[in-house]
Design a protein around this ligand. Structure first.
Ligand SMILES: *Cc1c(COP(=O)(O)O)cnc(C)c1O
Length: 448
C-alpha cells in the first residue's frame, strides 16, 4: 500500500458567527430546569449562586455502577468516599443504597458514625490516623487500611492493650502504567515492601489481615491500569494463602474512575472519552476471576468510587454580573460563581450553559468569577452567546469535591440544595453569613 501523502496542518482563525471547524453554526444548549424545577425559581428561592444536587441522578448513577460490577462478580460492596462530598444528606443517599463509608481522617470517621454507619462498615484510609483514632476504630471493629510501617507498629503496640483484634488491610502502591505513579500512599509492590508488611502482619500475634487495598490515582482514563492493579493484589492474596494458608476477605480497588468532565487541554469532551462503568468492571473482574485465587474463597470486591458517582448530580447556578470588552477586543463576562467555590475549575473545562433563551450568535468569551483576583477564571475561552446582566447560567457536573474543597475567601459560600426523587427541594447546607466567619474569631481586648 502506498504511504499517504503528508499534509501540513494549518491554523485558521475562526471569527464569531460563522461556521466552526465542523462546518456548522455553533449550537449552544440551554438548561432551563433541573429535574423539572425552573432554574429561575431555584435562584429566586435560594439565592445566587446556589449549588443544586439531584438525588435522582445520584441514585441512578450508583445503580448503574453497581449493576456493572454485580453482573460480573459475585460479591461486591461499595463504600462512599466521604472526602468527595461529605454533606450528610449526600452520604445518607449512598448509605441508603447500601454503601459503606470510606473515610480518610478522624473527622470523617466521626461524621460517618454520626450518620449512623456501624463501625464495622467503615473503611479507614489515609496517611494520618492518630493514636486515639486508631484505638477507637480498633474497638469499633472498623477496617483499618495501613499506610506505612510506623502506623503498622503503632497498631501492633496498641493491640497489646486492647481486647478487640485489629482488622487490618494494607494499601499497596504499584506500577500500573499510569505516570506519574502514586507511590506516596501505602506499601510498594515492586520493591517488596508490600510483601514485607503482609508478613509482619501475619506474624504479629493479634492482627487480623482481612484485605488488600489500592487506590491507583484519580480520573484514570485507562481501564487496563485497574486490570494490572487487581492482578497484582490477587497475586499477593495467592502468596499469603500459599505461605500461611490464610484467605483474605476482600480486595479493595479504591476509586479513581473518570467522571464525564473534560480535563483542561483535552481535545474531545470527557463525556465522549471517559470509560464506562462496564469497561472498568470488565478490567477489574477479569483480572480477579482469572487469577490463581481459589474459586472457593473468592474475595469480596470493594469499590470506593467517588467522583464518578456524584459529579453528574451536581450543578451550580449563578447570575451574570457584567459584560465587558478586554483590551484586545475579546468579549468577557463576569458571573457570581468564583473559583473559591469551584475548586475543580483548576482541572476541568466546566460545561456552562445559559439558563434562558438565547439569540442566534455566539462569540469567543472569557468567563470570570467575581473575585478581585487574576486567577478567578471559570472559562478562559468558550464560544458563548451574549447574555445580559441579571440573566442566569448553569454549570454542570460539579458534584464531586467542590462542596468539600471550596474555600471561604472574599465571598461567603452559598446554600446547597437537594432536589429529592419526588421533585421537592431541600436546603442541605445553609449559606454562610458574616457571623459564620466572625463567630470563630477572637479579638484581644486592646484591639476592640
Ligand atoms: C479520594 C479517594 C477515593 C475516591 O477517589 P475518586 O477519584 O473520587 O473516585 C477512594 N479511595 C481513597 C483511598 C481516596 O483517597
Amino acid at each position: 500500500m502506498q504511504k499517504l501523502k503528508y499534509e501540513r496542518p494549518i491554523i485558521n482563525k475562526i471569527s464569531a458567527g460563522i461556521s466552526d471547524k465542523f462546518g456548522m453554526t455553533p449550537q449552544i444548549p440551554v438548561i432551563k430546569e433541573i429535574d423539572g424545577i425552573d432554574v429561575k425559581k431555584l435562584i429566586n428561592d435560594y439565592g445566587s449562586p446556589v449549588f443544586v444536587l439531584s438525588e435522582k441522578t445520584i441514585r441512578e448513577t450508583y445503580k448503574e455502577a453497581k449493576l456493572a460490577f454485580t453482573t460480573r462478580y459475585p460479591k461486591v460492596q461499595f463504600a462512599w468516599s466521604y472526602k468527595t462530598n461529605y454533606l450528610n444528606s449526600v452520604c445518607q443517599v449512598f448509605h441508603s443504597e447500601g454503601s459503606w463509608a470510606e473515610v480518610v481522617s478522624g473527622f470523617e470517621y466521626d461524621k460517618a458514625i454520626a450518620n449512623g454507619v456501624s463501625g464495622k462498615k467503615i473503611i479507614f484510609n489515609g496517611p494520618h490516623k492518630s493514636k486515639d483514632d486508631l484505638r477507637k476504630t480498633i474497638r469499633n471493629g472498623s477496617y483499618i487500611h495501613i499506610d506505612h510501617f510506623d502506623e503498622l507498629y503503632t497498631i501492633i503496640a496498641l493491640s497489646k492493650s486492647i481486647r478487640e483484634r485489629p482488622k487490618v488491610a494494607i494499601r499497596v502502591n504499584m506500577d500500573t502504567g499510569i505516570y506519574p505513579r502514586w507511590d506516596r500512599f501505602g506499601f510498594n509492590y515492586e520493591n517488596g515492601e508490600a510483601w514485607n508488611a503482609l508478613n509482619r502482619i501475619m506474624l504479629s500475634e493479634k492482627l487480623d489481615l482481612i484485605g488488600l487495598h489500592t487506590h491507583i490515582g484519580t480520573y484514570i482514563m485507562t481501564p487496563n491500569a485497574y486490570a494490572v492493579a487487581a492482578g497484582k493484589l490477587a497475586e499477593l492474596a495467592v502468596r499469603i494463602n500459599r505461605k500461611y494458608n490464610h484467605n483474605i476477605k476482600y480486595i479493595d480497588m479504591g476509586g479513581g474512575f473518570a467522571s464525564k468532565n473534560t480535563l483542561k487541554g483535552a481535545y474531545l469532551p470527557g463525556k465522549d472519552t471517559c470509560p464506562s462503568f462496564d469497561q472498568y468492571a470488565d478490567a477489574i473482574t477479569n483480572a480477579i476471576i482469572n487469577s490463581e485465587i481459589n474459586p472457593q474463597n473468592m474475595p469480596t470486591l470493594f469499590l470506593e468510587t467517588g467522583r464518578a458517582l456524584i459529579d453528574d448530580a451536581g450543578y451550580v447556578l449563578g447570575t451574570v454580573l457584567a459584560n465587558k470588552r478586554l483590551a484586545d477586543g475579546r468579549r468577557s463576562m463576569i458571573i457570581d460563581i468564583g473559583v473559591n467555590m469551584l475548586f475543580t475549575s483548576f482541572w476541568y473545562e466546566h460545561e456552562i450553559y445559559p439558563a434562558q433563551k438565547i439569540g442566534k450568535f455566539s462569540e469567543d468569551t472569557t468567563i470570570y468569577g467575581p473575585l478581585c483576583m487574576n486567577i478567578d477564571v471559570i472559562r478562559a475561552v468558550i464560544n458563548f452567546p451574549p447574555m445580559q446582566k441579571g440573566e442566569h447560567v448553569v454549570l454542570k457536573r460539579v458534584g464531586a469535591y467542590n462542596v468539600t474543597q471550596w474555600m471561604q475567601f472574599i465571598t461567603l459560600r452559598p446554600k446547597v440544595i437537594l432536589i429529592d426523587t419526588k421533585g421537592v427541594t431541600h436546603i442541605i447546607r445553609e449559606n454562610e453569613t458574616k457571623n459564620t466567619i466572625t463567630a470563630m474569631e477572637r479579638t484581644p481586648k486592646h484591639l476592640k
